[in-house]
Write a protein that binds this ligand. Structure first.
Ligand code: HEC
Length: 236
């Protein structure tokens, strides 16, 4: 595989300039070699799944108790271990397959586990390292849940202008303004229309995340505005 470190550096710089520095700063600044050690994933908050590997994602159901925790932990695990090859937000830059379209069903799970556990070696060169034993299945299924809940290609685009306008409006409001709840409900409705590329039942998108940020707390507006800023610049 031919690697251009200069190009990669530019990409990283762009992502950071776009305001993503906070979220993505822990991505190892190496290139897409298979020889970087897997980074442990803190799975606190998810139940222990035992020794034996499951065959299907236990956290696929968006109404299940652990769905949003799995997405959150999976996002961090993905950014630390997979993004340098498979792309920020799982949008592939061409170095490795785009994982957003891996189907959210048992055959997709089987293929996911095969690569996750064993990696991929071609002619003696490691193209993808093995993660299975080192990260374990809780991290595996959290990352799987994050991947399969990515919005479909272009799914945010038609809402980007409205979400930007909501961001502007929010930044002028106090957390207890009744208008905040209205904007939260509107973002929730937008979130429900956004589809995944994998066929998973619910997308975790900038709209659903910003809506969830608006929990009435003192810092809620600030958090939602930041989520919108980062999410919308990553989508561009
Ligand atoms: C060093 C680069 C690299 C890293 C890091 C990496 N991958 Fe991969 N991955 C690849 C390449 C290259 C392939 C294509 C291999 C093949 O032809 O099947 C691949 C294939 C896959 C596939 C099969 C996709 C398909 O459409 O066939 C899955 C699933 C996958 N990777 C998941 C992950 C996950 C999850 C992580 C992080 C825990 C990860 N990868 C980290 C390079 C990488």
């Amino acid at each position: 595989m031919i690697i251009n470190p200069y190009k990669n550096g530019i990409k990283l710089a762009l992502a950071m300039a776009a305001g993503a520095a906070v979220i993505f700063s822990h991505i190892p600044k190496s290139d897409a070699h298979g020889d970087v050690a897997p980074q442990a994933v803190d799975t606190t908050g998810l139940p222990n799944l035992g020794e034996e590997w499951l065959e299907e994602n236990p956290w696929r159901d968006p109404n299940g108790e652990f769905w949003s925790t799995a997405v959150k932990i999976g996002a961090s695990g993905f950014n630390q271990n997979c993004a340098r090859c498979h792309g920020l937000e799982v949008i592939s830059g061409g170095l490795a397959p785009d994982l957003r379209f891996l189907e959210a069903d048992d055959s997709g799970d089987e293929w996911f586990l095969e690569r996750f556990k064993h990696g991929y070696t071609q002619n003696g060169t490691t193209k993808m390292p093995a993660f299975g034993e080192l990260l374990g299945q809780e991290a595996a299924w959290a990352i799987r849940t994050y991947i399969e809940t990515r919005p479909d290609e272009g799914a945010i685009d038609e809402h980007a202008d409205r979400l930007k306008a909501i961001r502007e409006e929010l930044s002028t409001l106090k957390p207890d303004d009744p208008k905040v709840a209205e904007l939260r409900d509107e973002m929730q409705k937008i979130a429900e229309t956004i589809e995944t590329g994998s066929g998973a039942p619910r997308a975790d998108s900038v709209a659903s995340r910003a809506a969830a940020d608006l929990d009435g707390s003192e810092t809620s507006i600030h958090k939602a505005v930041e989520t919108l800023t980062i999410g919308l610049s990553a989508a561009e």
